[in-house]
Design a protein around this ligand. Sequence first.
Ligand SMILES: NC(=O)c1ccc[n+]([C@@H]2O[C@H](COP(=O)([O-])OP(=O)(O)OC[C@H]3O[C@@H](n4cnc5c(N)ncnc54)[C@H](OP(=O)(O)O)[C@@H]3O)[C@@H](O)[C@H]2O)c1
Length: 266
Amino acid sequence: MSMLKHGRCVALVTGASAGTGMELVGSLGAAGYDVALLAARRVGILEQLAGDLQAMGRRSLVLQCDLADEAALNSSLDRLLAWSDGRIDAVVNAAGIPGSFNVPIEDVPIESFDRCHAVNLRAPFLIMRRLLPVMYRGGGGRIVNIGGNHAMRGRAARAPYTASKWGLRGLTKTVALEAGPKGVNVNFIAPGPIAVERMRHNWRARAERDGVDEQTAVAEYMHEMGAATRRPSEARDIVAMVMFLLGEGGRNVTGQDFVIDGGIVV
Ligand SMILES: NC(=O)c1ccc[n+]([C@@H]2O[C@H](COP(=O)([O-])OP(=O)(O)OC[C@H]3O[C@@H](n4cnc5c(N)ncnc54)[C@H](OP(=O)(O)O)[C@@H]3O)[C@@H](O)[C@H]2O)c1
C-alpha cells in the first residue's frame, strides 16, 4: 500500500460502532492501519473491534464522543494525536444520522435540522479543520467523507438530511482544492440504501406491514427508489470504495463523488 511510507499508518473512523464504519475497521486493520474508533453510544462494540485489531497486531484507540459536542470532539482529537504521536494518515467520516423522515419542511423540528447538521456536516468540518494541518506536516493523507445519494438530488420530506449531505459534498470539494497541493486527497462517497442493521429493521417492519417476506419488501423498496439493480448495497460495497480511495488507486483522485446506489442516480 502506497501510504505505508512511514512504517505504520494511522486512521480515524467515525461511526465505527455500526453499519459501514464498523465493517470498515477490519479492512483497515488488514491493510496495516492502527485505528482510532469513534462513536457516541455503543462503546462495547468499539471495545470489541479494538480487541480484534490488537489480535491482528494493530494498535487501536476507543473514542467515546458525541460528534455534536464540539468540546468533547476536540478532547477526543487531542487524545487521538497523543496516542498516535501526532500522526494521522487517513480519516473516514462515516458517522451520520438520518434526521426527521417523511416530514415536510413546514413541520421539520428546528432541533432535527440543527442536529443533523451538527453530526453530518459540522463534525466532519471540525475534524478536517483540526487534522488537515497534522496531515500536511506528516507529508500527506487521505480523507473520505461518507455522504449519501441525497447529496446528488433533492428528496421531498428529508430536508435536514439532504441539506446536511449536500453541505458535506460541497465542503469535500472545497477542502480537496485547498488540500491537494499539500498532499491530501479528499473524496465523497454517496451511497444509496445500504443493508445495515438499521435499514434491515425498517425493511422487516415493511415486510410485516405488507404481509410479504423481507426479500420481497427490499426488492419492492429498491424498485420504488428506481434502482437499476433492484438491490441495496451491502456495507462491504462502500468499504471497498473507501479502501480503493485510501490505496494505490486513489493516489491522484480528489474532489470526486462516488455514487454507490445500484443505479438510482444515473
Ligand atoms: N444505511 C444507509 O442506507 C445509508 C444510505 C446513504 C447514506 N448513508 C450514510 O452512510 C454513513 C454510514 O451509515 P450506516 O447506515 O452504515 O451507519 P449506522 O448503522 O446508522 O451507524 C451510524 C454510526 O454513526 C455513529 N453516530 C451517530 N450519531 C453520532 C454522534 N452524535 N456522535 C458520534 N457518533 C455518532 C453511530 O454510533 P453510536 O450510535 O454507537 O453512537 C454509528 O456508529 C452515514 O453517514 C449515513 O448517513 C447510509
